[in-house]
Design a protein around this ligand. Structure first.
Ligand code: BES
Ligand code: ZN
Length: 878
């Protein structure tokens, strides 16, 4: 069978719905062999729609029809039509009741979209378009309905039955079954519907809102995990308080529930009143979770909670507007984490992620605007561009307005659009209305793809005492967008004098000097900024706080970069100077491996290590060399082996030169006493483990013993895992033994097993691919579990560059095989995997040919999913 080419959906074709569904009653009969879903839809014509055609199309997939009644009468076979995508009813009255019953098979649902079983529990995932696998519906976000949900199930297997809103009724039934009804008073789009049934335990707490309402907080998990929920609960309470204080938003139902499930395509989902989480983002204990895991839980819990206002109360008109909720909510969770921990470090981590993944996406065939113009499969557009660049675009607006006006603008947004499904333009209009500023040029950030580049040059005129920065912007072509109009770019900057002090800044047409950071608004293709009364040649600090998602090119000398590392006040700029310098050295050593490491660079590292007074978390960032992936992005053609060799050898060179320093740092940052995941202890642990990773480059027996001792003594997963992953890089029996020891200890903890898989997949050993293949047959592995797939296959293909890009193409063949295997089970996961090959153009011609061959093979395969088809075909388009 030849598949049809999937159709492309365009933003320009948006039409409001012809019909609305004000209310829906759902009834689920959950069973082991089948589930019955009965639904009653209260339908009426949409007064806002121009042509009500009299024909109603409802989305529905993989539903088996049991019965269908319109206003109480069974529909005759010529009154409707069923196909793969839904149900068409001819001659629909202007107002009516549609009752249906369908049969679905959640136990066979491996795509994990719609209603499915995870372990012994039923759960749902409806965003973006999963509700249509549960019943027929107008499955689009601009149709908002009040939901009442009744769940009937075996009482023993499924004592806990949950849905959105408030429980209104519980009945014991015959044959050991029971029934609960839930009512959600808030109209919502179907993608926010959720249902959970299982044998779950919960912890409970409560939160009182500023208006005095008490909210019950519950976290549901499988019985064996009940001890691992406290951090998630504490994070939720912090998030609720933060949203009240920073955005004036309080929660609106009497109960807020979180459920952890083991099989989940994404990280977590913000279903109204009933968030469903990948267990990875709920469960934590010091013995089983790393510092990163603790931080990840805090931010994902907050993110989903924040969606209650930015996503649920105000939702998206259509899926092109996805960044309306995701970009804004990511910005909110970033700021929350910054307030909970170290602001400077959080910013660096976010920039690192953006540069490594979003800049790469923007430079690839998959580049698309924050508000895309078209898609084949919406699940493919939950991207770093929509999320991370979307967050940067909101951040720029917040910075352009300043704190008070930004708050005024978001207040206006919540007031104006509460209960509605809106667009990113609506959001920006609130920024404009609250500030009186014109945002029309700014809006290009939503419609134009690609990362703008700034070429900046400077000229100092000692006679006139002026300093001119000339800024040129351009944005590379992206698919479908050859030429771009100039962006409005907020560029935060300062000038440092020779003592490292901030110069007072006056632009040529101004009278008052402003000390410290200035926000230049770059709006033209070429634009000079002239500063007056500049007494000496300054060193410019550019893009402070990473004030815009752009690439800055300025011809700094090495000396100037070291000067910034030592003197600049902005944490981002200081870090960026160190990264730029390290990048220069690393790339030079790719070309000529024997090139000297400048003494100044080693001295700068030494000074940084010696500065005991400085922020340890920031120090860690400064001492972390740019990643292999990021370095590759800076080359014309990625030299996988060369980059790896260069980075390893520079680490070794630094370790040799600074061994005593690293050892001192290692010792001084060892912690006594019980594990606490607070900012101070986290930064000490990361500094200690960073020192260990440098020291391990020395292949010194004493250091190796230190590492083994750390593994054996560690009372926390952060230290244990750091030590173990360093040992797993070696082809030694000691490493093997520790891996086995770790497995014996943790084989019954799936989240810890994920870590065990990942560190083996990332091993620098030459036989890693064979080991990965063998691990796929390990009893702890399962191809049906997305966490396992990401931990083993995903980690190898996306983060083990030397292994995956092996010159013989074995890594590509492996990924091609896995994509096809996964596509039959779970297209969303398969599609995320195939993306790894979308950047084939960045490699040498032999690797290009081999990657293309895999993409072509995937495309030629019969029955390949729309998800995988879209990525593979767009990757090959040139
Ligand atoms: N709404 C999404 C979850 C989602 C995405 C469901 C795509 C279905 C398809 C949720 O709010 C989200 O963004 N989750 C992120 C984590 C977050 C902290 C960025 C995720 O799951 O990765
Ligand atoms: Zn989200």
């Amino acid at each position: 069978m030849l598949r049809d080419t999937p159709t492309t959906i365009y933003l320009k074709d948006y039409q409001p719905p012809e019909y609305l569904i004000d209310q829906v009653e759902l009834s689920f009969e959950l069973g082991e062999t089948e589930t019955r879903v009965r639904s009653t839809l209260h339908i009426r014509e949409n007064p806002a729609s121009e042509q009500a055609s009299g024909t109603l199309f409802l989305h529905g997939e993989q539903l088996e029809l049991v019965s269908l009644l319109l206003d109480g009468k069974p529909l005759e076979s010529d009154e409707y039509q069923l196909d793969d995508e839904g149900l068409t009813i001819y001659k629909i009255p202007a107002q009516c009741l549609l009752e249906s019953e369908v049969r679905i098979l959640p136990q066979n649902n491996t795509a994990l979209e719609g209603l499915y079983k995870s372990g012994g529990m039923f759960c749902t995932q409806c965003e973006a378009e999963g509700f249509r696998k549960i019943t027929w519906f107008l499955d689009r976000p601009d149709v908002m309905s009040r939901f009442t949900t009744t769940i009937t199930a075996d009482r023993q297997r499924y004592p806990v039955l949950l849905s959105n809103g408030n429980p209104v009724n519980h009945t014991e039934l015959a044959e050991g079954r029971h029934q609960i009804t839930w009512q959600d008073p808030f109209p919502k789009p179907a993608y926010l519907f959720a249902l959970v049934a299982g044998d779950l335990r919960s912890i409970e707490d409560s939160h009182t809102t500023p208006s005095g309402r008490e909210v019950a907080l519950k976290i549901y998990v499988e019985p064996e995990n009940i001890e691992k929920c406290d951090h998630a609960m504490a994070s939720l309470k912090h998030a609720m308080r933060w949203d009240e204080q920073c955005y004036g938003r309080e929660y609106d139902l009497d109960i807020y529930m979180i459920v952890a499930v083991n099989d989940f395509n994404m990280g977590a989902m913000e279903n109204k009143g009933l968030n469903i989480f990948n267990s990875k983002y709920v469960l934590a204990s010091p013995e089983t979770a790393t510092d990163r895991d603790f931080q990840g839980i805090e931010s994902v819990i907050a993110h989903e909670y924040f969606h209650n206002w930015t996503g649920n109360r105000i939702t998206c008109r259509d899926w092109f507007q996805l960044s309306l909720k995701e970009g804004l909510t990511v910005f909110r969770d970033q700021e929350f984490s910054a307030d909970m921990g170290s602001r400077g470090v959080k910013r660096i981590e976010d920039v690192r992620l953006l540069r490594a993944h979003q800049f790469a996406e923007d430079a690839s065939p998959m580049a698309h605007p924050v508000r895309p113009d078209s898609y084949m499969e919406i699940n493919n557009f939950y991207t770093v561009t929509v999320y991370e660049k979307g967050a940067e675009v909101v951040r720029m607006q917040a910075n352009l307005l300043g704190r008070d006006l930004y708050r005024k603008a978001t207040d206006l947004y919540f007031e104006r659009f509460d209960g509605q499904a809106v667009t990113t333009d609506d959001f920006v209009q609130c920024m404009a209305d609250a500030s009186g500023r014109d945002f029309s040029q700014f809006k290009r950030w939503y419609s134009q793809a690609g990362t703008p580049e700034l070429n900046i040059s400077s000229a100092y005129d000692a006679g006139q005492q002026t300093y001119t920065l000339t800024i040129e912007q351009h944005c590379p072509a992206t698919p479908g967008q050859a030429d771009k109009a100039p962006f409005l770019i907020p560029l935060a900057m300062g000038l440092l004098d020779s003592d490292g002090h901030e110069m007072p800044l006056t632009l040529a047409d101004e009278t008052d000097a402003v000390a410290g950071t200035r926000m230049l608004e770059v709006s033209e293709r070429r634009q000079p900024f002239i500063f007056t009364d500049i007494k000496e040649q300054p060193v410019p600090a550019l893009l402070r706080g990473f004030s815009a998602p752009v690439k800055v090119h300025y011809g700094y000398g090495d000396e100037e970069l070291m000067f910034l590392m030592a003197n600049e006040q902005d944490g981002f700029c200081r870090w960026d100077a160190a990264q730029t310098l390290a990048q220069r050295i690393l790339l030079a050593r790719v070309e000529s491996p024997e090139a000297e490491v400048p003494a100044g660079f080693i001295a700068a590292f030494e000074n940084a290590l010696a500065d005991t007074g400085s922020d340890k978390a920031l120090l860690c960032e400064v001492l972390t060399l740019p990643s292999e992936g990021y370095l590759g992005d800076q080359m014309k053609e990625v030299d996988v082996e060369g980059i790896h060799r260069s980075r390893e050898s520079l680490k070794k060179r630094l370790a040799l030169a600074l061994k005593a320093r690293f050892l001192k740092v290692y010792r001084e940052n060892s912690l006594e006493g019980p594990y606490v995941p607070d900012a101070a202890s986290i930064s000490r642990r990361s500094l200690k483990n960073l020192a260990l990773s440098y020291l391990m480059q020395l292949e010194d027996a004493d250091v190796e013993q230190l590492c083994i001792d750390q593994f054996n003594a560690g009372d926390n997963m952060t230290d244990v895992l750091s030590a173990l992953s360093l040992m797993a890089d070696r082809e030694s029996s000691a490493g093997e033994q520790l891996l086995e020891q770790f497995y014996q200890q943790w084989q019954n903890d799936p989240l810890v097993m994920d870590k065990w898989f990942t560190l083996q997949a990332l091993s620098k050993r030459p036989d890693t691919l064979d080991r990965v293949k063998a691990l796929m047959r390990h009893p702890a592995f399962s191809i049906a579990n997305p966490n396992k797939v990401r931990a083993l296959i995903g980690a190898f293909c996306s983060a083990n560059a030397t292994g995956f890009h092996a010159a013989d193409g074995s890594g590509y063949q492996f990924l091609g095989d896995r994509v096809l295997e996964l596509d039959g089970l779970n297209p969303q996961v398969a599609s995320r995997m195939v993306r790894i090959m979308a950047r084939w153009q960045r490699y040498d011609s032999q690797r290009q040919q081999m990657m293309k061959a895999q993409l072509e093979r995937i495309l030629k395969t019969e029955g390949v999913s729309r998800d995988v088809f879209e990525i593979a075909s767009k990757s090959l388009e040139q």
